[in-house]
Design a protein around this ligand. Structure first.
Ligand SMILES: [Zn+2]
Length: 201
């Protein structure tokens, strides 16, 4: 039985459910918040509620956005005919930080992962194919920007096979990415080099 009042224990439980946060850290965070001015707490709560109320998926690239089309897809200076496919929004952020990619993205949401029961039907592949088939604008190149690990490899191979049916170039970044690595943890220089050194598959 917890010695904490229910209001505090409730928030500790919410923090503990977050990745990388154990009960001790959760308690520390909650006791820090208890010393925070009430207005800041209300703002914090409103920011959380806004995630649920305002954030949606971009109709084009499936990235998180609070408008129908995200700022990248609606930027007229981006090359809409070159799509970099990533598994996770954090990979997109890592690639944007290189300032070396002028195309647009497609966020699958996850890699294919048979061990976790994640099949091609569970990720946003059909949305990618629909985008290619719409030909508005025609897609010239699909860059597979997937992790250099087993799941990224499986997903890349699956997509490469599937995309053979369409008149476009399929390239893959990853040369230079350390084997087994997650894109989101690669530094900007490594990612830039991997992007510039992409190879057709
Ligand atoms: Zn978008």
């Amino acid at each position: 039985m917890s010695s904490l009042p229910p209001s505090i224990q409730n928030l500790v439980d919410h923090f503990t459910a977050l990745p990388g946060i154990g009960p001790k850290t959760a308690e520390k965070l909650v006791f820090f918040l208890l010393r925070t001015p009430a207005k800041d707490l209300h703002d914090f709560g409103a920011a959380l509620a806004s995630l649920a109320d305002n954030v949606t998926l971009c109709v084009q690239c499936q990235n998180f956005t609070d408008t129908a089309r995200c700022s990248i897809c609606s930027n007229p200076r981006r090359d809409q005919g070159t799509i970099c496919v990533v598994a996770d929004p954090l990979d997109l952020i890592a690639l944007e930080e290189t300032h070396n990619f002028r195309g647009v993205y497609h966020v699958l949401g996850h890699n294919i992962n048979p061990l976790e029961g994640i099949t091609p039907n569970d990720i946003r592949i059909k949305e990618l194919i629909a985008r290619i088939q719409r030909r508005e604008p025609p897609i010239k190149e699909i860059i597979l920007g997937l992790d250099a690990n087993n799941e990224g490899e499986t997903t890349s191979m699956y997509l490469a096979r599937l995309l053979k049916a369409y008149p476009l170039t399929v390239t893959r970044i990853g040369k230079g990415l350390p084997q087994g690595s997650d894109m989101e943890y690669a530094d900007s220089v490594t990612l830039s080099n991997a992007l510039l050194g992409r190879r057709e598959i």
